[in-house]
Design a protein around this ligand. Sequence first.
Ligand SMILES: Cc1cc2nc3c(=O)[nH]c(=O)nc-3n(C[C@H](O)[C@H](O)[C@H](O)COP(=O)(O)O)c2cc1C
Length: 192
Amino acid sequence: MKKLLYIDACIRDELSRTKKIATPIVDALKEKYDVRTIVINELELSVVQKDLILKRTSGIIDPMVMSWAESVRDADRIVIAAPFWDMSIPAALKNFLELCSILDVTFKTDDKICYGNCKSEKLLYITTRGMDISTGDVLEQGSSYLNALSWLWGMGTLQTVSAQNLDYVSEEEIEKKIEKAIAEGLEIIKDF
Ligand SMILES: Cc1cc2nc3c(=O)[nH]c(=O)nc-3n(C[C@H](O)[C@H](O)[C@H](O)COP(=O)(O)O)c2cc1C
């Protein structure tokens, strides 16, 4: 069975609307893929600062961090679920991705340019936004960032499933938006 990496960055966990959308989609993907889940909330993430960069450039990488990066590299498909925070992704997810940015693991270089070293051909990003900001809007820096990172690491074509304006509508409308996003996601994964 092919491998799928699910990066769950739904920081509010059981309160998360993003998680409500992601869970049935990932459950459906379990029929096609061997799913490994990394829950960002459960990780002890060191911040990528000077000491860590110096260690990394000397080839010293924490084995746990290396195993995360190798999971990203080796997955056939990747799903990332994360709420829209401060016009982008939560810092904890960015931190995780920075930790996984390891030369000769997630990307390579030929001394002129960096290029991707990941196997995944498709990357699904599931998100919810408080304000009425659409995917691809200049204010929406979640999908643009993941798209750029996917170019760098070679994680495949990005598709985004989102619900927006959730902080400014009734509970009933929120539920409708969540249901619509789940249906969109289930449609996308028919060919994922
Ligand atoms: C720390 C934080 C930062 C947020 N920043 C933004 C933002 O910049 N733009 C926006 O539209 N909504 C923002 N929101 C609202 C969330 O995007 C929205 O409530 C989303 O549905 C939360 O997802 P969740 O239910 O999965 O946690 C923010 C919420 C939090 C808690």
